[in-house]
Design a binder for this molecule. Sequence first.
Ligand SMILES: [Zn+2]
Ligand SMILES: [Zn+2]
Length: 146
Amino acid sequence: MKLKLYCPKCYAGSPYIQIPAMDYKCKKCSTIIPINVSESIISKNIIDICCSCNCGTFYTERASNRKIGCLVIVSAIVAYIWLSTIVGQWALFALLSAAVVDFTIYSLTTIRTVCYRCLSEYIGAKTNPEHKPFDNNTAARYAEKL
Ligand SMILES: [Zn+2]
Ligand SMILES: [Zn+2]
């Protein structure tokens, strides 16, 4: 899996680092950010504790471009309206195939796991069922602690 850190001092983002890795030195302000890779990350490729801040609360999001998905759906609706005047109910196939294409794009995109506390991003990890999509209440809780 790969990790992207944010410097606690200058907030500069790091490139994606292949972990396990050595401590990261911020390219901008030279702050050393320790990377502590947990047992679960090494042996199971599952994130349990953040390598950067030891926090255990994460959210997942899709690193996909939802614009492509929208484009597929919009063009399918246009095609549906146009086709329905020609082939009638068969035009439904245009809608159905678009849904399939959209779903395929959606399922192929990578999942990104983000730490609530330090906003480190992880890609290439196995999905941890405990990690849910972004939640405002949880985020607010961590924002207060900072
Ligand atoms: Zn920095
Ligand atoms: Zn963290």
